[in-house]
Design a protein around this ligand. Structure first.
Ligand code: SF4
Length: 612
């Protein structure tokens, strides 16, 4: 089928064997690709209540129909698994060059099951697929592992690796690719670690057929031209995601000292402008990207290079852990990248640990004699190292903030900043109803990227809870993940100002499938509901309480900054959920109704699990 490689590779690490299956036409038509493929493959193949760290869980690596083509940002790859952090659905997207290599090798998706007896890596070299010994790479940090594998295999291999943190099953371990890009969230790296799978290396020498070459060329030129002419390009390329830091602080959305405030006194040192001046040495982009947002930095004090820090890393280590020197934040970023830790969850859990220390719930006895304090870079760096190695208190913190608070008790759950077991990312949303709702209902736990709606709160009023806020969240939850289905970056739409209408003709030119924008968004809604069904199937008693925000959001007012003294009430939060469930066609516990499942052609998919 045009636009697709037409094959799925299935690998069993238990036996070391693999087989190739034809890509079912229905899968392409009904789920598009990328995240859509991942959701369907996980739902079908992971047995109900499988241990996320056991042999039955799957790691799905998926490309989209636009991956590997001349479409801006068409190098995105989806990694997905049942999450060991949340016990629910997880996918995480990484830029770079992996999915193009997969497509050129002839695979739209790779599904990995089983556990290898010894450390292994998966080597895909066009049709040659081997599970190989990885004992010489085991224990290496992410940068070293990627470098060594490329040196041994050839620079034309694209490589995704895990670090020591994933080997030790840290619940928020990530997957690293292209020396500093990560599929970061929800611990999919730990799933690879549980399978003793150190890396996936891919070389592809084929190509991708498109349905209408002339139209494809025309739309590709239009897209690159639109990017070149965009007024936002210069600022975006200059600062990348770090360009948002000053704005976030100004509106009181920069999480500070474990989300007690939304403004940080040291924010100026952390701005994209200061970062560019002090540490950035060059820009870095993904495959086919005309708007490279990656910033490659040199940290002279520490003698290392790192890609970043991105805004989210700055928010969690700069604001929430109160590091006020950009070079310290970047070094925290480097340590996380070396160990293979998600910077968002790591910064969040450390900010929580510091608050626990302030309140006497964690003591010097627990930390091996170390004092914990906001802004204290040596102890923050030491905690990252200990988490990465699961040493001392790091072994506890490696379980993630929800599990740690359950273990510590003493009311710490009130300030464990998470939803569904995933640590909240870099937007303080005490008084941003739609952004709070986006975190509450995100289908991997508290992540911002499915519906970045905070600007809508600013536009429409931060203290009002209205139906349109639920509508906005739902609209974004269908638009933004659509890019993950297509295999492209969303940032050309978000930051460069591409109209969404550019995409359906491109999909038609590439695949031959005649899909309008509303058809594509309908598919995205199907995927959203299927991932919801996964959560419900895997967690007895799943319902409304799972969508609640951290208690801090309704118990504690903001301590300072422009939103000082404000918060939403529990009633307002309940009202938000009511609106959201009603608009989604879910019942008052957040369970999709049979009518909604039928409308999305999901009744036959979720079968007896949910069909009521
Ligand atoms: Fe990668 Fe950034 Fe370009 Fe997106 S905008 S494709 S994340 S470099």
């Amino acid at each position: 089928m045009d636009g697709y490689a037409g094959r799925i590779l299935k690998v069993d690490l238990g036996s070391g064997g693999s087989r190739v299956e034809e890509l079912p036409l229905g899968l392409a038509e009904e789920y598009i690709g990328g995240r859509g493929f991942a959701a369907k493959l996980l739902y079908d193949e992971v047995p109900k209540e499988a241990d996320p760290l056991g042999p039955d869980n799957r790691v799905v690596v998926a490309a989209g129909p636009l991956s590997g083509l001349l479409v801006p940002g068409a190098g995105k790859t989806t990694f997905a698994a049942k999450s060991p952090a949340t016990n629910g659905y997880a996918d995480s997207n990484v830029g770079g060059h992996l999915s193009p290599a997969m497509k050129y090798a002839g695979y739209d998706a790779v599904v990995i099951r089983g556990i290898s007896g010894e450390p292994a890596y998966l080597c895909i070299d066009d049709d040659r697929v081997e599970v190989r010994d990885a004992s010489r790479y085991w224990g290496l940090g992410c940068f070293d592992a990627e470098e060594r594998l490329k040196a041994d295999l050839g620079e034309d291999f694209e490589v995704a690796v895990i670090g020591p943190a994933a080997e030790k099953l840290v619940k928020f371990a990530c997957i690293s690719h292209d020396y500093g890009r990560q599929a970061g969230r929800a611990g999919i790296g730990a799933v690879m670690g549980s399978k003793r799978l150190k890396a996936i290396a891919v070389r592809g020498t084929g190509g991708v057929e498109v349905a209408d070459m002339e139209a494809y060329r025309e739309f590709a030129c239009q897209m690159f031209q639109a990017c070149k002419e965009s007024e936002s390009l210069e600022v975006w390329q200059r600062y990348g995601t770090a360009g948002v830091t000053l704005w976030a602080n100004e509106i009181g959305a920069f999480p500070t000292r474990n989300f007690r405030s939304g403004s940080f006194e040291g924010h100026r040192n952390l701005s994209g402008e200061n970062m560019r001046e002090r540490i950035v040495v060059t820009d870095k982009g993904c495959f086919a990207c005309p708007s490279p947002c990656g910033k490659y930095s040199w940290l002279s004090r520490y003698g290392v290079h790192v890609e970043g820090p991105e805004y989210e890393t700055t928010a969690l280590f700069g604001g929430s852990c109160a590091l006020s020197d950009i070079e310290d934040v970047a070094y925290a970023n480097y340590l996380c990248d070396h160990h293979g830790l998600d910077t968002i969850s790591t910064g969040n859990v450390i900010a929580f640990a510091i608050e626990c220390f302030e309140k006497g719930v964690i003591t010097r006895e627990d930390t091996g004699g170390m004092d914990l304090a906001y802004g204290d870079s040596p102890s923050i760096f030491a905690l990252i190292e200990r988490i990465g190695r699961r040493e001392g208190i790091g072994d506890l913190l490696a379980e993630g903030v929800r599990a740690v608070s359950e273990k510590l008790g003493n009311g710490t759950a009130d300030y464990a900043i998470q939803v569904k077991g995933l640590e909240v990312s870099g937007y303080e949303s005490h008084n941003a109803p739609s952004m709070m709702l986006a975190y509450m209902t995100c289908d991997v736990g508290a992540h911002h990227n499915r519906a970045w709606s905070i600007t809508y709160d600013i536009e429409t009023g931060r203290d009002t809870v209205t139906r349109d806020k639920a509508d906005k969240v739902i609209e974004l939850q269908h638009i933004r993940p659509l890019f993950d289905c297509l295999g492209t970056c969303r940032l050309q739409w978000v930051e460069i100002g591409f109209p969404l209408e550019l995409y359906p003709p491109m999909v038609r030119a590439v695949t031959g499938l005649d899909r309008s924008l509303s058809d594509l968004l309908h598919i995205s809604e199907r995927v959203w509901n299927l991932t919801r069904c996964f959560w419900i199937r895997e967690n007895q008693g799943f319902g409304r309480s799972w969508d609640m925000p951290p208690a801090r959001y309704w118990k504690d007012e903001m301590v300072d900054g422009p939103t000082q003294g404000t918060k939403l009430t529990l009633d307002q939060i309940g009202q938000l959920l009511d609106y959201y469930y009603e608009r989604r066609g879910w019942d008052d516990q957040g369970i999709p109704t049979p009518e909604k499942l039928a409308e999305l052609d999901l009744l036959g998919v979720v079968g007896e699990d949910l069909a009521g």
